[in-house]
Design a protein around this ligand. Structure first.
Ligand code: NAD
Length: 501
C-alpha cells in the first residue's frame, strides 16, 4: 500500500465493457482482464478482453454504418456540428476526465486537465478543417476539367498507447470521424478508464450507432485482430516502434494504409550563446512533464562544452527540486509511472545508466514515497553516444547529458540514434538555429521553444519514429480515398482506331 491514502474517484467504473453498434457489450467469450492504478497497484476493475470475435462484431457494425448509414453522406457542415457537440461533451466532463486519467495513469492532475482541454480542441479543430476544406481542380485549356475529390476510406482502426490516453484517442477519433469514416478504437490495456466516457459523449452528440465502436483488449489479441481484418482499410497506430513494425507486416497482407506514430529519443541541443535560464526551463519541462512518458521528450540534452558544467549543475539542481508526489495533488509535477512492469523497465535503465555514465540527480525511489511506481527525476551526465541510455527510449523521468564542441558535432550527435521524432535547438544565432533545425533528422524541430504545437502543423516522425504525418489536412488525407475525375468540356479529340479505311 502507498503510505498516503489514495482516494478513489467517486463512482469509479469497475466493469469496463466494449461499445459496439451503439450498445455496451461484454466479450463474446466473457473474458476480462484486471486493471490497477499506479499508486497502489491494486486492481480497481475488470476490463472486457476483446478478441477476434469481438473485433468481427465491431467491424460488421462499423461497415454497416458506413455502407448504409448517414455518417459518410452528411455534409461537412452537418458532421462538423456533431464534432463540436462532442467537444462540448468533453468540456463539460473535463474535470471528471482529468480525475479518471490521473487515477488510471499516474499523470499529475494539472497536466491531465490540460490534456482534457486539448482533447476537446481536437474535435473543434477538425470540425473547422472539414468545413474549410477545398479540393484540387485543373482546367486543361478549353477541352477538359480535372478535379480531385476525397471520399471517406471506410472503417478505420485506431490503436492507442497508455501515456496520454484520452488526448491521443481523440487525436485519431476527431479526424477519422471528420473525414466520414466509421471507427473502431482499441485503447491501451493499461489505461482503459477515460475511454469509458466516450460512448455517452458520442451518443449525446448524436453520433449514429455503429459509427464509433470501442473494443478493449490486449494488443496481441484485440489489436492484432483489428489490424488483420480485411474490412478495415486504414490503421492509425501510436505506440512503440517494434509494435509498429509488427502492425506494418500484418497490414501488408491486405495492403492497408497505415499511419505510424512511434517512439523517440529526441535531442535538445543547447549552444553556449543560448538564453541559459530558458533553455534549462525547457530541458527540465521537456523530459519530466507527463512523467517523462512522453514520445517527444527531450531525453538527450546535448550541451556545448563552454557551458556544459554549469548546465549539468543547473539541470541536476532543478531535477532534485521537482515535486514528485500523489498524482491527484495540484502541486505534483511528476506522478507515478503507469505500471509496475514499466516501472521495473525504467529502473533497469537507471541501473544501466549508473554503469554507463555519471549520475548527478535522482536514480532512486523518492524517500517519502515508499510504495507505488515513483521515481526521482534522474539526470546522467557525460553520456557517450554508444551508451544504451543514449540510444534506447526509456520513457520515464530520466535524461542524459552529453557535451559537444562544434555545430557539426552537435548535429552528428543529434542524429546518432535510430529515432527521428522531435528536436529542440537553443541558440541566439537564428541562422545557426535554422541550419541545425534543417540538419537534425526529426519530423519536428523547435527553436528556442519547448514543445508547444499548433494543431495546424504536421505531426509525425521519421526514421524509426514513424511513417506518415498526422495533423491538419494530412490526417484528412489519410482517412480519405482520393479520386481524380477528368471531364471533357470541349471537343476532345479521340484517336479513331479501326476507322482507317
Ligand atoms: P505499445 O506499442 O506497447 O502499445 C500501443 C498499442 O498497441 C496498445 O493499444 C497495445 O495494446 C497495442 N498493441 C500491442 N501489440 C499489438 C499488436 N501486435 N497488434 C496490434 N496492436 C498491438 O506502446 P505503449 O507502451 O502503449 O506506448 C508507449 C510507446 O508509444 C512509446 O514508444 C512512445 O514513444 C510511443 N508514443 C508515440 C507517440 C507519437 O506520437 N509518436 C505518442 C505517444 C506514445
Amino acid at each position: 500500500m502507498a503510505e498516503q491514502a489514495v482516494p478513489r474517484p467517486v463512482d469509479l467504473p469497475s466493469d469496463l465493457r466494449h461499445f459496439i453498434d451503439g450498445k455496451p457489450a461484454s466479450s463474446v467469450d466473457g473474458a476480462t482482464f484486471p486493471v490497477a492504478d499506479p499508486v497502489t497497484n491494486e486492481v480497481y476493475g475488470r476490463v472486457a478482453a476483446g478478441d477476434a470475435a469481438d473485433i468481427d462484431l465491431a467491424v460488421a457494425a462499423a461497415k454497416r454504418a458506413f455502407t448504409d448509414g448517414p455518417w459518410p453522406r452528411l455534409t461537412a457542415r452537418e458532421r462538423a456540428k456533431i464534432l463540436n457537440k462532442i467537444a462540448d461533451g468533453i468540456e463539460v466532463r473535463a474535470e471528471r476526465l482529468a480525475e479518471l486519467e490521473t487515477f488510471d495513469t499516474g499523470l499529475p492532475i494539472t497536466q491531465a486537465r490540460g490534456q482534457a482541454h486539448r482533447a476537446a480542441e481536437n474535435f473543434r479543430y477538425f470540425a473547422d478543417v472539414i468545413v474549410a476544406l477545398h479540393e484540387e481542380a485543373y482546367i486543361v485549356g478549353d477541352k477538359q476539367v480535372n478535379y480531385a475529390i476525397r471520399q471517406p476510406a471506410g472503417v478505420a482502426g485506431l490503436i492507442t498507447p497508455w501515456n496520454t490516453p484520452f488526448m491521443l484517442e481523440t487525436w485519431k477519433l476527431a479526424p477519422s470521424l471528420a473525414s466520414g469514416c466509421t471507427v473502431i478504437l482499441k485503447p491501451a490495456e493499461w489505461s482503459p478508464l477515460s475511454a469509458s466516457l466516450l460512448p455517452e459523449i458520442m451518443a449525446e452528440a448524436g453520433v449514429p450507432d455503429g459509427v464509433f465502436n470501442l473494443v478493449h483488449g490486449i494488443g496481441e489479441q484485440a489489436g492484432a485482430a483489428l489490424v488483420a481484418h480485411p474490412d478495415v482499410p486504414r490503421i492509425s497506430f501510436t505506440g512503440e516502434s517494434g509494435t509498429g513494425q509488427i502492425i506494418m507486416r500484418t497490414s501488408a497482407e491486405n495492403l492497408k494504409e497505415v499511419s505510424m506514430e512511434l517512439g523517440g529519443k529526441s535531442p535538445c541541443v543547447v549552444f553556449a550563446d543560448a538564453d541559459f535560464d530558458r533553455a534549462v526551463d525547457a530541458a527540465v519541462f521537456g523530459v519530466f512533464s507527463l512523467n517523462g512518458e512522453r514520445c517527444t521528450a527531450s531525453s538527450r540534452v546535448l550541451v556545448q562544452r563552454e557551458i556544459y558544467d554549469r548546465f549539468v549543475e543547473a539541470l541536476a539542481a532543478r531535477a532534485a527540486a521537482v515535486k514528485v508526489g500523489m498524482p491527484a495533488d495540484a502541486d505534483t509535477e511528476v506522478g507515478a509511472l503507469i505500471h509496475p512492469e514499466h516501472y521495473a523497465r525504467v529502473l533497469e535503465y537507471v541501473e544501466i545508466g549508473k554503469r554507463e555514465a555519471r549520475l548527478v540527480a535522482g536514480g532512486d525511489r523518492p524517500a517519502h514515497l515508499t510504495s507505488g511506481n515513483f521515481l526521482q527525476p534522474t539526470v546522467f551526465a557525460d553520456v557517450r553516444p554508444d551508451a544504451r541510455i543514449f540510444q534506447e527510449e526509456i520513457f520515464g523521468p530520466v535524461v542524459g547529458v552529453t557535451p559537444f564542441d562544434t555545430e557539426e558535432e552537435a548535429i552528428e550527435l543529434a542524429n546518432a540514434t535510430k529515432y527521428g521524432l522531435a528536436g529542440y535547438v537553443w541558440t541566439k544565432d537564428l541562422q545557426r538555429g535554422h541550419r541545425v533545425a534543417r540538419a537534425v533528422q526529426s519530423g519536428m524541430v523547435w527553436i528556442n521553444s519547448h514543445n508547444v504545437r499548433d494543431l495546424r502543423t504536421p505531426f509525425g516522425g521519421i526514421k524509426a519514429s514513424g511513417v506518415g504525418q498526422e495533423g491538419g489536412v494530412h490526417s484528412i488525407d489519410f482517412y480519405s480515398d482520393v479520386r481524380a475525375i477528368h471531364v471533357a468540356v470541349g471537343d476532345l479529340h479521340t484517336p479513331q482506331f479501326g476507322k482507317q479505311g
